[in-house]
Design a protein around this ligand. Structure first.
Ligand code: GLV
Ligand code: MG
Length: 348
């Protein structure tokens, strides 16, 4: 266990001091692109204007022969792009891969002053985060960075899920976590072949009827509920941000929206977008609905100092509902500062 007095101190001489609170900015979508693909690279400045987070992907989905081109593409894009208020992240290769070390050495040297967050895949326990934490401190010191680079873990191994609370607590650099349903399914030996979403075979069925030939209704269940809930609790308990990860069936916008909304309602701040048409879905789903924000404002106004109870439209309000309403209004205010269309819808 680290000495609590050292938590706010850098891990290397000359590195910037860690943030104690995670800087919270709108983070409705993490938009993935392949920096080895020149056709995608030219679109980055335009896409960056439309998303909250743009992420240069170096890991899965990048072909082996393009791993170095992706790393170099990231460095070039970072040098040439003004990201404005949009966060710039990278998903590096996993710690056990032959590319991780060079990914870190190169991108911190070339793009460390632009990089907000490094996403680490296949995190298994706090020891992975401790290693990345120390390495980043050394590199920050070497390159005289003044702003600490944050760390985001993908929860995508069975061992990672078993250690989720310890991962969240492993460093003040921890910014958040994403659920990685594809790798997690493989790691758990789940019998699925999808990237996130439901499965028609995972269901509950109505009891038999008197007429044994009468149809019995079924309802598909959410395969990810348990893991997402554990991840949200681990993140909320440690003051970091939970995200749903990828939804692979790009053609099924409706199911993607449902998956994103479940995550939003459960406490996630955003999800990954793997295709431009998922950007708009995430934007819509992870911005609180304007009518709910208006309701929340009304409850806060009518509850005054928050004590006691009042009835509004037949619904009991008290200190706890005011707290829920504040979550909604604070998020809407944060988003309104970045998204003029949503600001208008909220009247903020
Ligand atoms: C994401 O990386 C996943 O494995 O789902
Ligand atoms: Mg994965």
């Amino acid at each position: 266990m680290r000495n609590p007095r050292n938590i706010g101190r850098p891990l290397a001489i000359g590195a910037p001091a860690p943030w104690i609170d995670i800087p919270v900015r709108p983070s409705r979508m993490i938009h993935f692109f392949d920096p080895s693909n020149p056709r995608m690279a030219v679109k980055v400045p335009d896409i960056a204007k439309k998303v909250d987070i743009i992420l240069a992907n170096l890991e899965d989905a990048i072909q082996l022969q393009n791993k170095e081109a992706a790393r170099e593409g990231l460095c070039k894009i970072a040098r040439e792009t003004d990201f404005g208020q949009t966060q710039f992240w990278s998903r590096v290769n996993s710690l056990d891969s032959p590319w991780f070390l060079d990914d870190m050495l190169r991108i911190v040297a070339e793009a460390g002053d632009k990089l907000d967050v490094v996403m680490i895949p296949k995190v298994e326990g706090p020891w992975d985060i401790h290693y990345v934490d120390q390495l980043l401190a050394q590199l920050e010191a070497k390159h005289q960075l003044v702003r600490p680079i944050l760390v985001h873990a993908i929860l995508e191994t069975a061992q990672g899920v078993a250690n989720v609370e310890e991962i969240a607590l492993a460093s003040p650099r921890m910014q958040g976590m994403s659920l990685g349903p594809a790798d997690l399914a493989a790691s758990r030996r789940m019998k699925t072949t999808r990237v996130g979403g439901g499965h028609p075979g995972y269901l509950v069925r109505e009891d038999p009827k008197e007429d044994e030939n009468a149809p019995r209704a079924t309802a598909q269940q959410d395969l990810w509920h348990y893991t997402l809930a554990r991840m949200v609790d681990a993140c909320a308990a440690t003051g970091i941000l939970p995200f749903y990860g990828p939804f692979g069936d790009i053609s099924d916008s409706l199911a993607c929206e449902d998956q994103f909304r479940n995550a939003f309602l459960m406490g996630c701040v955003g999800a990954w977008s793997l295709h431009p048409n998922q950007i708009e879905i995430a934007r819509r789903v992870f911005s609180p609905p304007p009518d709910e924000v208006a309701w929340a404002q009304k409850v806060i106004a009518e509850m005054g100092d928050g004590s006691g109870t009042v009835m509004i439209d037949g619904k009991m309000q008290d200190d706890a509902t005011v707290k829920q309403c504040k979550v909604m209004v604070e998020l809407a205010t944060l988003i309104a500062g970045r998204d003029p269309e949503m600001a208008k819808a909220y009247g903020l």
